[in-house]
Design a protein. Structure first.
Length: 393
């Protein structure tokens, strides 16, 4: 069980003074680099599976993903071991103690994430050898990997937030920027885990909005709460969307061809992930609403939930019609990109909507459930953000 190291108020003051530097600590950048490697590696790996197939465990995107885990693990180990055994006691003033070791809480979380990632590697390799080609994102080894990826991003966020809370002036502004960037990557793993449920043939289903209501608001609300930035939710959603758009436009520039069959589409280049969900619009609405309710209250959450769902519904529903039309089949929107293994008779390939709900009653019930989940998710995000704003270790 973790507990904070007891220190006197004078020691805390010395720790705050020790942080008066002109740039974030080196390990903040190291964890950020690990997170960006993970984002690029996972997106590249998904594209690799859709364009080439799983040919070898030692594919370049796999190596980039596990390089991310290795970098995070080594960074966490260096920070923890340094705080535990070095003679200089100042790092311990901003540390927690777990199993006799000391270090920032985020470093321990990142270490656990790296361990989960590296554990998932042989598990994933065995899974494919035992069950053959796997085109599913939500397979058991991928869930272990997703947990590790999330823990690394969470650890990087905790380290950056704790340092931000102990900083002031220009240094705090720099760390706020890092936190906003990391918030976008955390949102990416939260939403991206359910990518299979968010394709455009599901965009006229209530389940689509229910999934987003359970995942996006908690990240948007928490980052806004901890940074205090008036446009935090917009920036986080913008970072999330910008990563996806950049990969949508860059990956098809590189050649690729399938190595497995059956091949239903003549793939000659990398197939990217689809155009991002327009979550930036409800994020802007949330920032505007928050100006009216500066306190983290249930009143704000109860209003923010319906605002998120209905704002997203207002823009995503007609945009889905556009994505399913011939006008979106270009390099900007990427509606003409299909994985080589996608059967031409599927709803996605034919530009049709898959009927998820069996009746209008079920659709309406799930939409009301999405509103309730968005409010609850927002309130949880506010509570988590309030806790993060008090994090110093």
């Amino acid at each position: 069980m973790a507990h904070t190291v007891p220190v006197a108020e004078a020691d805390v003051a010395r720790a705050a003074v020790a942080l008066r530097q002109d740039r974030p600590s080196w390990y903040v950048w190291s964890f950020l680099a690990s997170t960006i490697c993970a984002v690029l590696g996972v997106s590249w790996d998904i594209s690799w599976h859709m364009s080439i197939g799983r040919d070898t465990f030692w594919s370049p995107p796999h190596l980039l993903i596990y390089t991310s885990g290795l970098l995070a693990g080594l960074t966490a180990a260096w920070v923890i071991l340094g705080a535990t055994f070095q003679r200089d006691t100042s790092p311990r003033l901003s540390s927690v103690r777990i199993w006799g070791f000391q270090g920032p809480l985020g470093a321990f979380v990142a270490a656990w994430g790296a361990l989960a990632m590296l554990t998932s590697a042989p598990f994933d390799n065995w899974w494919h050898n035992a069950y053959g080609l796997d085109t599913k994102i939500l397979s058991p080894p991928h869930l272990v990997l997703a947990f590790g990826l999330f823990a690394i991003r969470l650890g990087a966020l905790l380290v950056s937030v704790s340092e931000m809370n102990r900083a002031s002036g220009l240094l705090r502004q720099q760390l706020t920027g890092v936190v906003l960037l990391l918030g976008g990557t955390v949102m990416g793993i939260a939403v991206g885990t359910f990518l299979e449920l968010l394709s455009r043939n599901f965009m006229h289903s209530a389940r689509f909005y229910l999934v987003l209501a359970c995942t996006a608001p908690v990240v948007l609300a928490s980052i806004r709460q901890v940074t205090g930035h008036p446009w935090a939710a917009t920036i986080v959603a913008g970072v999330f969307s910008s990563f996806q758009l950049a990969l949508l436009w860059i990956l098809p520039l590189f050649p690729a061809e399938p190595k497995l069959g059956p091949v239903y589409w003549p793939v000659t280049h990398f197939i990217p992930a689809p155009f991002p969900v327009l979550v930036v619009v409800p994020a802007v609405a949330a920032d505007l609403l928050r100006r009216r309710f500066p306190d983290a209250s249930w009143r704000y959450a109860l209003l923010a939930g319906p605002l998120f769902v209905f704002t997203l519904l207002a823009v995503q529903w007609p945009f889905a019609d556009f994505l399913n039309s011939p006008h979106a089949r270009n390099w900007i929107f990427g509606a003409h990109y299909f994985p080589y293994f996608l059967s031409p008779v599927t709803d996605l390939a034919r530009g049709l909507y898959t009927q998820v709900e069996t009746s209008n009653v079920q659709f309406i019930f799930r939409m009301f459930l999405a509103v309730a989940c968005a409010s609850l998710s927002t309130r949880l995000g506010l509570a988590w953000g309030s806790w993060l704003s008090r994090l110093r270790r």
